[in-house]
Design a binder for this molecule. Structure first.
Ligand code: C2E
Ligand code: CA
Ligand code: CA
Length: 688
């Protein structure tokens, strides 16, 4: 397709009307000329006819006596006399029977024509042909018709100067010729000169539209040109505004990510070493929550000016040798992220700059009447050793930043290959986890719970395990947080719950009542399908709902007690019990706890373990037990590893114990055998 094809000229309605008016005007000017020409032609004919008749009349009076006397030479002389008049070119004298008596001029030729014969037989009359007129008059003498005379006049002999049809035609042509450019100009003025505007727009350089538009079509209407130049000015203003928006962060007024990338590109093109550093404010979301979005913007503004000042100082103190030629470039590359392009090859210098930035940020900032101290994490990558494109450097810098965020102190990390390997391992794990959930690779193992008073097994906690196709078993500490992060926890959790219900239904086929406790992630409570899927699992496996217990961690429960209450209501109505897991770690107060709809306290294993080590531990455990007793709740102590711990708990009226002292978590079949073989530990009971 040709690129610079002319755009078809477009006529608006007004343009069309203008053209019509012009055509009408042209016709109106040509019309009179044509009319005049026609009229003149008719006039000439009339005059010619009149004249030939008058001439014939005179001729008859002159010749009638010659006719009567038969004077042939008189007739000839008279005819000759008339034909000498320039107006007449042919004269014929006919006899009474139409015979030719005398001719002059082209009379002989005329006499032979049919028209002349017919006219002569009529005696008197006129007739006009193409460019000539004939007049015929009978010659009477004494009441007798002696013959007739016929005279012919050529019209060309009757024309006046200046009125020739050629001149008329020429004038008409001239008027048309004069009218045409007028027409074109008019059409142009009435339609926007699309093609020149398009040309100008195409040629206009960004921000230079005003000048380009001013040069458009000098023949166009001045108003139109004025409007275009105003428009061009507006375009230019809009462009420079857009440019500012596109390249500058509106909050901090620092260069934005786009300019950061082009600055980095420019360095890389020069092939000089460069270190990219990314700073991310720690806990900026909390700051936003504290001071609101506008306060948050103010914080960022202040952070930016602190960084600007600090980087100038750092360039002077840290990078003295190179400062003169290449200062560090600072940009705001994300909401609370800043980027530094440091033209340096010494990682220690970049590290030093990060430390100085951190120190600057730790100075208090006053916003909305609050004083706050901020901190940031830093990630860095270097060219050419780590990467040599801007995008890749930024990616590696971000990877290092993520690593820095995970650290507790220092919080400055530089990219190295192990980070990438970690990332790959993580990606592979995620892929496998997704597949594992689909393939049902997650199963439950069961850890017995023993009644401390009787030594009977009263239940088991179901603990998730990931059996991978290669036979390895992954612990929940690895995959539960990952599954939560990936949104897979609902599916995984419900799979484990079904597995547990199925196993428990099997144990409880006889006389036995042995509960099963299943761990529930707080995220599962946000899933609208949670309640129906629990009911479905109970129904499908036939497990009595009273034998199912759900374990929710204390921190999750006190985080959103309303939700827990709402979710548990229909389940508890069917007999399902709720247990508060890891109790003592969530620092909940007595009032909150009493408001939660739970049936069991699970004392966290750290307190149980501490019983034998920490002199304060017994007091804490006793306090929890006393609280449970007041509320009339069952208490389960986790992580019981020794007889001494079991004994202490039993004596302090803890109802149930769970831990390696009794059994580690067991696969389903083994748990069943364990259950059948279990005899209450007499030694343990004897100690009571
Ligand atoms: P948890 O609910 O506190 O589970 C108790 C953990 O303590 C289990 O670890 C168990 O194997 C371990 N344990 C039991 N007895 C002893 C003992 O005497 N000494 C010591 N040192 N440890 C003992 P596990 O199986 O690795 O589970 C870790 C955590 O993963 C669980 O802590 C629970 O929070 C979570 N989890 C396990 N299964 C599931 C599940 O199906 N869903 C959810 N959402 N979380 C689960
Ligand atoms: Ca648990
Ligand atoms: Ca626990």
């Amino acid at each position: 397709m040709p690129q610079n094809r002319r755009a078809p000229a477009r006529l608006g309605l007004s343009g069309k009307i203008a053209i019509l008016v012009c055509v009408a005007a042209a016709l109106a000017s040509v019309g009179p000329w044509i009319g005049h020409y026609m009229q003149q032609k008719a006039e000439v004919r009339e005059r010619a006819e009149h004249i030939v008749l008058r001439a014939a009349d005179g001729f008859v009076r002159m010749t009638s006596k010659y006719m009567a006397s038969g004077d042939q030479s008189g007739l000839n002389q008279s005819a000759e006399l008339i034909s000498r008049d320039p107006a007449f070119d042919a004269v014929v004298i006919f006899g009474p029977n139409g015979e030719v008596l005398a001719t002059a001029g082209d009379g002989a030729q005329l006499a032979g024509t049919e028209i002349a014969q017919n006219l002569a037989s009529g005696g008197t009359g006129t007739w006009s042909g193409d460019g000539y007129s004939l007049g015929s008059l009978s010659i009477n003498f004494g009441g007798d018709v002696l013959g007739s005379v016929m005279i012919r006049a050529q019209h060309s002999n009757f024309k006046q100067a200046g009125s020739s049809p050629i001149t008329h035609f020429g004038l008409t042509l001239l008027s048309i010729v004069l009218l045409t450019p007028g027409l074109v100009l008019m059409a142009r003025a009435l339609q926007p000169p699309t093609a020149p505007i398009l040309d100008a727009v195409k040629k206009a350089k960004p921000g230079r539209a005003a000048r380009a538009f001013a040069d458009i079509n000098p023949t166009a209407d001045p108003d139109l040109r004025a409007a275009l130049s105003v428009m061009g000015g507006e375009f230019d203003k809009a462009y420079s505004h857009a440019r500012t928006l596109a390249l500058r962060d509106p909050t901090t007024k620092l260069p934005n990510r786009v300019r950061f990338m082009s600055a980095l590109d420019a360095h890389l093109k020069r092939q000089t070493p460069v270190i990219v550093l990314i700073a991310d404010l720690d806990g900026f979301r909390k700051v936003n929550e504290l001071v609101g979005p506008r306060g948050g913007d103010e914080v960022l503004e202040k952070v930016a000016s602190k960084m600007r000042a600090a980087i100038r100082a750092a360039d002077r103190t840290v990078r003295t040798a190179k400062f003169e030629t290449a200062p560090t470039f600072l940009a705001c590359i994300g909401a609370d992220q800043f980027g530094f392009v440091i033209p340096d090859d010494v990682q220690e210098n970049a590290d030093r700059i990060a430390q100085l930035m951190g120190a600057a940020l730790s100075q208090p900032i006053e916003v909305e009447g609050r004083s706050m101290r901020l901190s940031a994490s830093f990630g860095g990558a270097a060219a050419p050793q780590d990467a040599n494109t801007a995008a890749e450097l930024l990616k590696l810098g971000e990877l290092a930043l993520k690593h820095a965020k995970k650290q507790n102190s220092g919080r400055v990390a530089f990219y190295d290959e192990t980070l990438l390997m970690e990332l790959e391992t993580k990606a592979r794990l995620e892929e496998d986890l997704r597949a594992g959930v689909e393939l049902g690779e997650f199963i439950a193992v069961f850890q017995p719970k023993v009644a401390l008073e009787t030594g009977e097994i009263v239940g088991a906690e179901a603990l998730a395990r990931w059996r991978r196709p290669d036979g390895s078993v992954v612990s929940p500490g690895v995959f539960i947080p990952k599954a939560e992060e990936m949104g897979l926890i609902s599916k995984l959790g419900i799979g484990v719950l079904r597995d547990a219900c199925e196993a428990a239904a099997e144990w409880n086929r006889g006389e036995r009542t042995c509960r099963v406790a299943v761990n529930v992630s707080p995220l599962q409570f946000q899933d609208p399908d949670f309640i129906p899927s629990v009911f479905e699992a109970l129904e499908d496996t036939g497990l009595n709902p009273e034998l199912l217990e759900l374990e929710v961690t204390e921190s999750a429960a006190i985080n959103d007690p309303e939700r827990v209450t709402r979710i548990m209501r229909p389940l508890r109505a069917k007999g399902v019990r709720l247990s508060i897991d890891d109790f003592g770690t969530g620092h909940s107060n007595f009032t909150t706890v009493t408001r939660l709809p739970f049936d069991v306290f699970k004392i966290d294993q750290q307190f149980v373990r501490a019983l034998s080590e920490d002199p304060h531990a017994p007091a804490i455990v006793e306090m929890i037990l006393a609280m449970a007793e007041t509320l009339g709740q069952e208490t389960v102590a986790e992580g019981v590893e020794t007889a001494a711990q079991a004994d202490f708990l039993r004596r302090r009226a803890c109802t149930v114990g769970q831990g390696y002292y009794f059994s580690p978590p067991l696969p389903r079949e083994e748990f069943l055998s364990f259950l059948h073989a279990w005899r209450p530990d007499l030694k343990f009971i004897a100690a009571a």
